[in-house]
Ligand binder design. Sequence first.
Ligand SMILES: C[S@@+](CC[C@H](N)C(=O)[O-])C[C@H]1O[C@@H](n2cnc3c(N)ncnc32)[C@H](O)[C@@H]1O
Length: 214
Amino acid sequence: MKSQRLEAIASLIEKNDQVIDIGCDHAYLSIYLCKNKLCKKVMATDINENPLRQAQKNIEQNGLNIELKLSDGLEDIEIGDFDTLVIAGMGTTTIKKILSNDQVKKIKKLVLASHNDLVDLRYFVTSLGFYLQKELVVYENGKYYEIMAFRKNDKKNTEEELIYGLLDTKYCDYYAFLIDKYTKIYCSLPEGERVKKDEYQRKIDYLQNFIGKI
Ligand SMILES: C[S@@+](CC[C@H](N)C(=O)[O-])C[C@H]1O[C@@H](n2cnc3c(N)ncnc32)[C@H](O)[C@@H]1O
């Protein structure tokens, strides 16, 4: 597959997973999973007809048989024995709305890639009884992407894990990028925004401390 980001998402899927790829767009991920037999089964869904039409063409061109569904999140989907959701390439507000569907109670694993508000998403998903198990960072087309895998589990993440993610020494370039970004935000905030400034200062210190230990 051309996209390292989608490959990273696929690397978090296991052989026995039964996956619903929500917001599949052109179904590249679903096709990759199915073609390489990386999971037990996959259903691809999208809220819009246009991407699904293209997805259908791509699936046919690859000679695969993947179930396609038009649905806003899980609204028109019967989960049945599907146990894993992939929701990638959307914002946290949309992902949270999708995960507010009652059927999520039956799901054992989530692979999520939001492009904003990751702290909010980690707190929300763990409040549903999931444990943040793994995080990957991918740099593609000049942008960093974080991909998170959660599993239904009684284990609890620490506050630090929910705020900063599961830090890993192999992603120091990303943390340096974040320190730079937070420093710019810190400097642009007026003195009157002391609470916000202190919050960014704490983030900068935490990441600098992590990098410094290596
Ligand atoms: C930026 S694309 C990401 C495609 C793919 N998941 C990826 O990560 O490359 C977002 C896709 O999500 C779909 N989408 C947005 N909101 C949705 C929702 N509530 N339910 C299902 N699909 C949705 C859009 O139509 C679009 O095809």
